[in-house]
Write a protein that binds this ligand. Structure first.
Ligand code: ZN
Length: 380
């Protein structure tokens, strides 16, 4: 009786809420059906146990690929017709991460479509799973990535900076060299936040970065979570105190965006200034180059700090187009206030109030002039 009632309840609800709060799957939570009936809410006959037919198999699923349109519905084609009694339970067996509300439809008796009510999360990898134990559908799972739509407009830079920053340290060392090559060719001056361990092993790379106009700053000694309870205050002091620097940069960016009162106090104590970011295109997550360009252009503001990662797979490929389009929109791709004197000194009213000023202002303390290579003794 309980099963029959829950089937009836499911048949009445056309809005299927799927998804969970994080990538850790929780199918119980992700298969809840919301109470509000949708457009297909016509009552259907209660299914009896004897009406349940042979398990369904999935013949075809979609979409797939790395640049799926944000409104494209999920499609599942089954090996046989799905009776009206079965449909609600079949739709309920779908789980999607990250979460989103899906609207089910049956264009024909063998095909289920689920349209994302608010669109897929741009740039995110989506995992879809249908069926499994007790659902009457053989378990099938697949993934796709939603594209980042081209922004309708780009906020004008007005001669202000776009401050490109690159965190972490690649296992494949040539990635770090390649990045310097591309930045030199594009005449971009960037901020780097490698770990202290990585920078200590590569003094020549640090020297080259500084010689070519970049800054190398603190991202802790070994990329730890500074808020971890396993770390003593002494550990935190060592992690921050032995972070990378080019000898002049006093900017400190905590790994994993994890900062608490203790870490902030220790950093200030040691003379480091907290430096986060304004725009995070999630390049570490494997977005295609074109999506990275759109993600940054959609959120760029005068003097905004953009977060990239040296080890990200498509960042180097995205830079030529990104930098060209930033320049076309009136941005100077540099950390150095001296490179955008018009925007800073003339005090264009709109620019001074930009929220991005908070991080950009920290760069005023840096020496903007030509700067020789850091001496080995100044390296961490
Ligand atoms: Zn990091």
């Amino acid at each position: 009786m309980l099963a029959a009632r829950s089937l009836r309840h499911a048949a009445l609800a056309a809005w299927v809420a799927v998804g969970v709060a994080s990538c850790e799957r929780d199918h119980r939570a992700s298969r809840e059906v919301s109470g509000s009936p949708g457009p297909d809410a016509a009552p259907e006959p209660v299914a009896s146990a004897s009406a349940v037919r042979a398990p369904l198999s999935v013949e075809e699923t979609g979409p797939s690929g790395t640049r799926v349109r944000v409104r494209r519905p999920v499609t599942v084609r089954f090996d046989r017709e799905v009776s009206s009694d079965e449909r609600a339970a079949v739709a309920r067996s779908v789980a999607v991460t990250p979460p989103g509300r899906l609207v089910p439809d049956w264009p024909d008796a063998r095909t289920l479509t689920l349209a994302p009510a608010g669109g897929w999360a741009p740039g995110r990898l989506h995992h879809v799973e249908i069926g499994g134990d007790g659902t009457g559908v053989a378990r099938t799972a697949w993934s796709f990535r939603a594209r980042v739509p081209r922004p309708r407009s780009v906020t004008p830079g007005g001669g202000a900076r776009a401050i490109l920053t690159f965190d972490d340290a690649p296992a494949r060392h040539h990635q770090a060299d390649e990045l310097l090559d591309v930045l030199r060719r594009l005449e971009v001056r960037a901020l780097f936040f490698p770990t202290g361990v990585w920078a200590r092993l590569r003094p020549a790379w640090v020297e080259r970065a500084v010689r070519e106009g970049h800054r190398v700053c603190n991202h802790t000694l070994s990329h730890v979570d500074l808020t971890s309870r396993r770390l003593t205050e002494e550990d935190v002091r060592r992690e921050i105190g032995e972070g990378a620097t080019d000898g002049e940069c006093r900017l400190f960016r905590p790994p994993l965006m994890a900062i608490d009162e203790r870490a902030e106090r220790v950093a200030a104590d040691l003379g480091w200034e907290l430096f986060l970011w304004d725009v995070d295109p999630r390049d570490w997550d494997g977005l295609e180059a074109r999506d990275l360009v759109h993600a940054v252009l959609g959120r760029i503001r005068p003097d905004a700090v953009v977060l990239f990662h040296v080890h990200a797979p498509n960042t180097v490929a995205a830079l030529p187009e990104l930098v060209a389009r930033l320049r076309r929109a009136g941005y100077v791709p540099s950390w150095d206030p001296a490179d955008s004197p018009g925007a800073v000194e003339a005090g264009q009213p709109g620019l001074r109030e930009a929220p991005a000023r908070r991080w950009a202002d920290a760069l005023r303390s840096l020496d903007g002039g030509t700067h020789g290579p850091a001496s080995p003794s100044s390296l961490p």
